[in-house]
Ligand binder design. Structure first.
Ligand code: ZN
Length: 154
């Protein structure tokens, strides 16, 4: 803590590293949240890949400050999933972004709300610390990593 001089970042203590296999037919994001709940992981970073049977992607409109959902009812390769686990509104939240690909190589991507896993392999890097999200009313209207969660600038 003594070397902390900037409130934009926070040093976290490393926790375990895990490989998580997602189950067929169950929600991609929910399975990561359940895993974090089970192991009481309060902060983590993850990446993964696999396949999904469908997807609901939310696009954040920076003007209206609303998420616009898009539903896709088709199979995808999950070429890449990346995200983190933090606390939001009293529960663990797996903030997940994905790049999904079709048979012809075209892509769909963005903020993943839900997707039914066909198969999934996820690498999870856990931390010992707890990270909270808080609503940012000033510019983004998003739930961002909380300033109060970060140490005060000295
Ligand atoms: Zn997002």
């Amino acid at each position: 803590m003594a070397e902390q001089t900037d409130a934009r970042y926070r040093k976290l203590e490393p926790g375990g590293e895990y490989l998580l296999r997602l189950e067929n037919g169950r929600d991609w994001r929910l399975q990561i949240e359940e895993f974090a709940d089970e192991l009481e992981i309060d902060a983590a970073w993850f990446n993964g890949m696999g396949a999904s049977k469908d997807a609901v992607i939310w696009f954040y409109d920076q003007e209206s400050k609303e998420y616009l959902p898009k539903e896709f009812h088709e199979p995808f390769e999950v070429a890449m999933a990346v995200g983190n686990v933090t606390w939001l509104d009293g529960e663990r939240f797996a903030h997940t972004h994905v790049l999904l690909t079709r048979e012809d190589g075209s892509t769909v991507g963005g903020h993943l709300d839900s997707a039914t896993a066909f198969a999934g392999e996820v690498y999870v890097r856990a931390f010992e610390d707890r990270v909270e999200r808080a609503h940012d009313p000033t510019v983004t209207d998003l739930d961002l990593w909380s300033d109060s969660d970060l140490p005060e600038t000295l």
